[in-house]
Design a protein around this ligand. Structure first.
Ligand code: Z5A
Length: 213
């Protein structure tokens, strides 16, 4: 089997990390070499960028263009140093957020031109692209409630107005409708086990090699 990149996307609190962990366990139980990572982050440079983006490390208001470019800078470092080499080795990758997050948050959410962001994404990723993208869709308020219940507070982006979160959720759904062969939309408001069942049903259809012997 050759390695593949599987990405998890969606609004806040959809359970991406939870489902990514369960999928990774499944792959490891099959003795498949699998690497997990997240965006922003996943490299020393990316983790510093993450601190700037989420925790106001630089202690100054971040302008929207700088925010978009920093997400792409973190992505370029991850693709060049980690994801590209892993795919070349034939490893599988389970990734918590990727290019679609930039289109959803900085494009549909902040209002930057989505086509320009697609070009920036392509510049950052080179040939690295997902085989399957799970969109964990959940109503905005339910997702934010889950995220806050988990961490006890809101980070810089979670504090954005509800309308911003509504726009990016709709953006995700539009992107999924445009690319149904890559995206699989899961109803993330269901209990964890039901979401996992739906996920494996899709995986069996799209990547049957994973379920052979
Ligand atoms: N961002 C961006 O703007 N542009 C970009 O290009 C990129 C990212 C790459 C990264 O945040 C932020 O950066 C993010 C987008 C933006 N916005 N914000 N804020 P992050 O990595 O810290 O967090 P996140 O990606 O937004 O994840 P999350 O919303 O915090 O969580 P999640 O991964 O979707 O869910 P979880 O951690 O698995 O679950 C959350 C809680 O819900 C937890 O207590 C679970 O036990 C619980 N949970 C999970 N599933 C269920 C179900 N099915 N039922 C009930 N409870 C559940």
């Amino acid at each position: 089997m050759t390695g593949k990149l599987i990405t998890f996307e969606g609004p806040e609190g959809g359970g991406k990390s939870t489902q990514a962990r369960l999928l990774t366990e499944f792959l490891r139980n099959k003795n498949i070499r699998v690497l997990t990572s997240r965006e922003p982050g996943g490299t020393p440079t990316g983790e510093i960028i993450r601190d700037i983006l989420q925790n106001d490390l630089a202690k100054e208001p971040l302008c929207d263009a700088a925010e978009a470019l920093l997400f792409c800078a973190s992505r370029a470092q991850l693709c060049t140093n980690v994801l590209g080499p892993a795919l070349e080795r034939g490893d599988w990758i389970v990734l918590d957020r990727f290019t679609d997050s930039t289109l959803a948050y900085q494009g549909y959410g902040r209002g930057f031109d989505v086509e320009t962001l697609r070009q920036l994404n392509a510049f950052a990723t080179g040939p690295v692209s997902p085989a399957v993208t799970f969109l964990l869709d959940i109503p905005v308020l339910d997702g934010l409630q889950r995220a806050v219940a988990r961490s006890g507070n809101k980070d810089r982006i979670e504090r954005a107005p509800i309308a911003f979160h509504e726009r990016l959720r709709q953006g995700y759904l539009e992107m999924a409708a445009r690319e149904p062969e890559r995206f699989a939309v899961l109803d993330a408001s269901q209990p964890v086990e039901r979401v996992t069942q739906d996920l494996f049903r899709v995986l069996e259809e799209r990547l049957p090699e994973l379920f052979e012997a």
